[in-house]
Design a protein around this ligand. Structure first.
Ligand code: AMP
Ligand code: GLY
Length: 419
């Protein structure tokens, strides 16, 4: 089978490496991919948002199956376009991807179907939002409605900060149309858990849980990033909590989407906070998480391609989805300065036989050069979380490029929780 994976980061590299393990997969194209994954897939210079070109490529190359990984093309209707051309896809159609594409949609969905989440108000008018903030409980959370490259959430510790955030979204329009509407919501506390799930709209199968590390610096200091590392499974996510989430969140969400005429097929990502009042949804994503995928898929023992085919066909109940009873740790190596200003173009040397997922690199002849903020993710698995963490950091030390920066404490919070 000829497979096409849309996207070009570490998540896509992890998906591609897993798909390669399937006997059914003979060829993989990545659109656009990146130089660091050229050994695993043929990279094609078509951007993930160029929907027409993606569809035409798939038709011309007689692609048998497409995986659309990032949020943008899903929200823009890549799956609708590909399926319309007769190409089976893993990923939701645009009318279901809205669960991530619009925070107003997802909050209203949760309210309508009694799915636990933070209390909230929606505003389309700046003055009304500012007036509300005069008396709102502080800290508070301001969210732009639409996609904002993962930067659309601001936790405001003071009233002034909250008002500035609303002004920057609604008046200065820093996220463009994504800030036409804003959600102002209750600040929740508790451990965070990411749960990715496979669903065909009928069956929902959660994958092994994970924990992201979003801040740039050790001890959760510094700016928010796209994710500096992950571990799996997440020790806070006990069997009892998993059962509660299935009953109160996962199943009801899949059913709610069906009732709205927006059947969700693909990977539905639940960003959860385990509050004193039980698990609540912080966010939905319509896709695999990055860098969660880089710890979840290495633990998958079943055939990813078969699971994706079952998901697309609506026969997920017949799929075998089995995870190893082990742990995984992914340490992201970034360019120093990320998520702000950084230099790139430095040569990368790394061992060839390791699970290293390349996010931001390009080929220059034979040389691999850094070409992004997050450059790569080093994943190791182990029988215990501690073994996985130690192994990941050992491999990190064998990867070299000028300007490399990484957190030294990925997994430490989880280790402490185990004690
Ligand atoms: P996001 O950009 O949607 O991934 O959100 C970034 C982070 O903001 C989340 O991982 C949480 O840590 C935090 N966050 C979002 N909503 C809330 C909330 N209602 N209360 C507390 N923290 C939140
Ligand atoms: N790691 C969070 C996300 O993929 O949105």
């Amino acid at each position: 089978m000829k497979i096409m994976v849309v996207g070009g980061g570490g998540r896509e590299h992890a998906i591609i490496k897993k798909l390669k393990e399937s006997d059914k997969v003979s060829k993989i194209y990545a659109l656009p991919g990146n130089g660091g994954m050229a050994q695993d897939a043929e990279c094609i210079a078509i951007g993930a948002k160029e929907i027409d070109k993606i569809r035409d490529f798939a038709i011309n190359e007689k692609i048998d199956f497409a995986v659309v990984a990032p949020d943008d093309p899903l929200v823009l209707g890549a799956v609708d376009a590909l399926e319309g051309a007769g190409i089976p896809c893993f990923g939701p159609k645009a009318n279901a991807a809205i669960i991530e594409g619009s925070k107003v949609f997802s909050k209203n969905l949760m309210k309508k179907y009694n799915i636990p989440t933070a209390e909230y108000e929606v505003f389309s008018d700046l003055d009304a939002a500012l007036k509300y903030l005069e008396t709102a409980p502080i800290p508070t959370v301001i969210k732009a409605d639409g996609l904002a490259l993962g930067k659309g959430v601001i936790i405001a510790q003071t009233r002034e900060e909250a008002m500035d955030a609303v002004r920057s979204m609604m008046e200065d329009r820093i996220f463009g149309d994504s800030g036409n509407n804003v959600v102002i919501e209750e600040f929740l506390t508790g451990p965070e858990v990411s749960v990715l799930s496979f669903t065909d709209g009928e069956t929902v199968i959660p994958m092994v849980s994970s924990m992201d590390h979003k801040r740039a610096k050790d001890n959760d200091k510094g700016l928010n990033t796209g994710g500096m590392g992950t571990i799996a499974p997440n020790p806070y996510y006990t069997k009892a909590i998993a059962e509660e989430c299935m009953e109160k969140i996962f199943r009801p969400t899949v059913d709610a989407m069906n009732k709205e005429g927006r059947t969700f097929k693909g990977c539905l990502y639940f960003g959860l906070m385990l509050t004193e009042k039980g698990p609540k949804v912080i966010e939905y994503n319509c896709r695999f998480g990055d860098p969660e995928t880089q710890v979840v898929l290495p633990l998958l023992e079943s055939d990813l391609f078969e699971i994706m085919q079952h998901t697309a066909n609506g026969t997920l109940k017949d799929a075998e989805v089995k995870f190893a009873n082990k742990s995984a740790c992914c340490v992201v190596m970034a360019s120093d300065g990320y998520p702000q200003k950084y230099d790139s173009g430095f040569e990368i040397t790394m061992p060839a036989d390791k699970n290293i997922y390349v996010a931001g690199a390009k080929l220059d002849g034979e040389k691999l050069l850094t070409a992004g903020g997050r450059v790569l993710g080093v994943t190791e698995t182990g029988d215990t979380l501690k073994a996985a963490i130690d192994a990941a950091y050992t491999t990190v030390k064998s990867v070299k490029f000028d300007n490399a920066y990484y957190r030294n404490d990925i997994g430490q919070k989880a280790l402490a929780a185990l004690k």
